[in-house]
Design a protein. Structure first.
Length: 397
């Protein structure tokens, strides 16, 4: 029997919360353009510019457990509204920041935005898994994450057009964040006024999980950390790779990245459809294997062929985050909100991955630096293999 993707009585909450996925996708990928912009505007190395990602994703790591605690005690809607307000405050901080042109003040602003986004993600991701039948949780989260991919595609296109279309000394950095802050504040007001159903936990500390399931949950946390290392470091280094190895213009490279992120979005649409017929863990395994092969081609430094392989990585990795997330949450005995807070510490991988990739690139070549995402995707592949094997044993295959 085929189950509905979203229960009828949860359709409005699904639509409202899905809009949040677009917003944090845009904010995270708008940041990726900053690396290349500040390397030239402030005459800093690639390693130094990675501090943007380091500080941003440090906010995820430090705020994940407090955000999870607040969401557990106050509920999903409270967590989402708190995240939106912090997001707005961090965006408005760019107005005085653009006057000061202080690198450290920009870092602080991005840290505040990150604290807001981690509230949004900790509340929205598990909320999506609970808006229908558990068997369709992965498909439902993939569908919502598709709009995250749409926001991610818009980020570098808008950012690249704004930052690279003019001389760096004539760019008003505060304008896009001012618009973003106003929009986010309006969305926060909407969420304050609407009533979102608070869905009861499907798992609790009173329902013991098998020890092997808890172990697999923590393996999933490691796999999600490695995915974040790979995905975010690739996003951060895409323009550098396109300029250094393929000799593309910066603005054109930013627009190509936007096109790749549209492929990322389409990959999530496709994954949502495929996983209605193929089990989520099997889909994850095949995507992981193909991503390892594609990243190895990027690392080989084969010019245009490597660039095509890099573009395909966006399509292949698209289903990884929501699928790993939805496979992990039910396996933790502490409930979905606590599981979410631990899983949402993993974006610190973005800081680790970006710093590692740019450090290796400064010491060797941009193409060889892709050894970092290659090793990371291997961990995801092993996680998918073990969860498929466990599933086969459970079904007697």
């Amino acid at each position: 029997m085929k189950h509905r993707l979203v229960n009828k009585n949860y359709l409005l909450p699904f639509i409202l919360v899905t809009s949040l996925f677009f917003m944090w996708g845009f904010a995270r990928n708008f940041l990726d353009v900053f690396n290349k912009f500040f390397q030239e505007a402030l005459v800093i190395s690639r390693t130094q510019s990675s501090l943007f990602q380091v500080v941003f994703y440090l906010g995820y790591f430090l705020m994940a457990l407090p955000a999870g605690w607040v969401t557990v005690r106050q509920g999903y809607r409270y967590g989402m509204v708190t995240g939106l307000l912090l997001f707005a405050v961090g965006s408005f901080m760019f107005v005085p920041g653009s006057q000061l042109m202080s690198f450290n003040f920009f870092l602080l602003s991005l840290f505040v935005i990150a604290c807001g986004l981690v509230f949004l993600e900790i509340a929205a991701n598990p909320y999506m898994t609970e808006l229908g039948d558990p068997t369709t949780a992965a498909s439902r989260l993939n569908l919502a994450q598709t709009f995250n991919g749409l926001g991610a595609a818009c980020g570098p296109v808008v950012g690249g057009t704004f930052l690279f279309a003019e001389q760096s000394d004539s760019v008003n950095l505060s304008l896009p964040y001012l618009v973003m802050g106003i929009f986010v504040l309006l969305v926060a007001i909407v969420f304050m006024r609407v009533s979102l159903p608070e869905i009861k936990q499907t798992a609790s500390t009173d329902t013991p999980q098998p020890a092997s399931d808890n172990k697999l949950f923590f393996f999933g946390v490691a796999a999600l950390l490695c995915y974040e290392i790979a995905e975010i470091s690739i996003n951060s280094s895409f323009i550098n790779f396109a300029v250094d190895d393929v000799h593309l213009d910066k603005l054109f490279a930013a627009r190509v990245q936007g096109a790749c992120l549209i492929m990322f979005m389409l990959g999530r649409f496709a994954g949502c459809w495929v996983m209605q017929y193929v089990r989520a863990e099997r889909t994850l395994l095949w995507c992981a294997v193909c991503t390892v092969v594609a990243t190895a081609l990027v690392m080989s430094g084969l010019g245009v062929l490597s660039f095509v392989a890099l573009s395909l990585v966006y399509l292949l990795e698209a289903i990884m985050f929501p699928t790993i997330f939805s496979l992990c949450v039910p396996r933790f005995s502490g409930g979905s909100k606590r599981a979410s807070s631990m899983l949402m510490m993993t974006p610190i991988g973005g800081a680790i991955g970006t710093w590692l990739v740019f450090s290796v690139a400064d010491a060797t070549t941009m193409s060889f630096s892709f050894i970092v995402p290659l090793l990371s995707y291997l961990v995801v592949m092993f996680f998918a293999f073990f969860i498929v094997r466990k599933s086969c044993k459970k079904s007697g295959l």
